[in-house]
Structure formats: C-alpha cells, structure tokens
Design a protein around this ligand. Structure first.
Ligand code: GLN
Length: 238
C-alpha cells in the first residue's frame, strides 16, 4: 500500500509546528510497512487532485491567509474540492481550518472567502484564545495548544471534533472544538496535534487509504511514547 500526504501551502501555513502532523502521518504509515511520501504544495503551484490521499493544511497569520485565500480562489480551491470529492481526506488546523469554512472575517480586515468544505464560518474577535486545550470526542481525549482570534461557528452540516474540558475551542462560547464534515477535519489544536493524539492520526490514515484500497485495518502500534507526550500535555495548566 502507498500513502501520499499533501502539505498544503507548506511555506506559508506552518505555524506552531503544524508540519509535525505530516511527519507523524508518514511515520505511522511507514511503521506498518506502508509506503509513504509527502508532497509540498505552495501558492502558484497547481494541485493535482488525484495525487494525494491526505492533505494537511496548517495554521498561519492573517497576512499569510490573504495570500492563500487568493491562491485557492485562482483554482487550487476547486482542485482541492475535486480531490475531496474523489475520496481524499483533509486535516486543517486553525488558519487552514478557517479557510475551509464559508468565510473568515479577520479583525478590521476584508472578509476572506473560504471553500465551504466545512459548514462553518469564522469572525475574528478582539482578544486571542491562547493556551493548552483538552477536548473529548469521537477520537477520545485530544490535547493541543491554541492561539487564535477567530471565533468559528458550526452550521448544521458539520459536527464538532469534540467538546473542550480545558481551553476555548471554536469560539469560547458553545464548548465545541473543531469540526468534522465528511472527509474534512478541522481543529484549532496546534502542537503539532497528531504525534500526541495517535488515535486521530491512525483514523485519518485509515480513512485516506480507503480511497485506493477500500476498508483498511491498521496494525496496532506501541504508542507508549505518544501516550507519554499526551499525558505531559494533559498535565500542563491552561
Ligand atoms: N489568523 C488566524 C487567527 O488569528 C489563525 C491563526 C493561526 O493559524 N494560529 O485566528
């Protein structure tokens, strides 16, 4: 089996270690004997919808998001949509997550049109949500770090990744964190997220492999190091 991971806007959207999600996905596939490689996709480079099975779309500041939103509008957004429609999976984090919703309205800035792959919208607030986050949802307990001014509100077409037990999550009001919309996942958790949340990493890999191989059962791995990192993050104060 082979897994190709696309790192979307690798040069621009890679804040707070989000590139580590790509490394974790590749490694957890390779540890199971699955061939795995990463492809960096940057602004001005046409995305090939059939190439990648799983995309990682990291976070970035407003100024990077303006550049990326423009590139998505010039064609890469529709090519990413075609990839998702043909079975590709997307993990989006913070700024990337915001651009996969219907729109992101930065603080005092021009509204950025999103792809609408996630039924949600985001409006920047006056303060930033910064600190360690813990949430519980369909992938169990997830831990990470948030730093965003955006408040994201989910529509009926999206379900939350989970509910926060520590931290602000999507908007600091409704207790939700992240979003799941079909094969598109969004979260505010940086860190990077996946090395210390192995159940989510494996679920994304299995889902992405379905596109070419149908239902896949991944061999369990020894997650003792990952659990140690998870517990260490869990113990951190807000
Ligand atoms: N610029 C966005 C915000 O502040 C996203 C930030 C990020 O990706 N960490 O909400």
């Amino acid at each position: 089996m082979r897994l190709v991971v696309g790192f979307l806007y690798a040069r621009l959207m890679n804040i707070y270690g989000d590139r580590g999600n790509v490394v974790a996905l590749l490694q957890r596939a390779r540890w199971r004997g699955i061939e795995a490689e990463a492809v960096a996709i940057n602004a001005g480079e046409p995305l090939e919808p059939d190439l990648c099975d799983l995309y990682v779309f990291g976070g970035g500041q407003d100024k990077e998001q303006y550049v990326v939103a423009e590139d998505l509008a010039r064609g890469n957004g529709e090519r990413l949509r075609a990839a998702v429609e043909s079975g590709a999976v997307v993990l989006s984090v913070c700024g990337g997550y915001q651009l996969l919703g219907h729109y992101y309205r930065p603080h005092g800035g021009e509204e950025l049109r999103g792809l609408g792959l996630i039924d949600a919208h985001t409006v920047a607030g006056d303060t930033r949500f910064i600190g360690n986050v813990v949430l519980r949802g369909e992938f169990g307990e997830l831990v990470g770090f948030e730093n965003h001014s955006g408040r994201t509100y989910l529509g009926s077409g999206a379900r939350p990744l989970g509910r926060v037990t520590k931290g602000s999550g999507n908007n600091g009001e409704d207790g939700t964190e992240g979003a799941v919309c079909g094969r598109v996942y969004g979260t505010y958790l940086h860190g990077p997220l996946l090395p210390k949340n192995p159940a989510l990493a494996d679920a994304l890999i299995a889902r992405a492999l379905e596109r070419r191989y149908g239902q896949v059962r991944l061999e369990p791995l020894d997650n003792s190091l990952e659990q140690m990192a998870h517990r260490s993050a869990l113990a951190r104060p807000r």
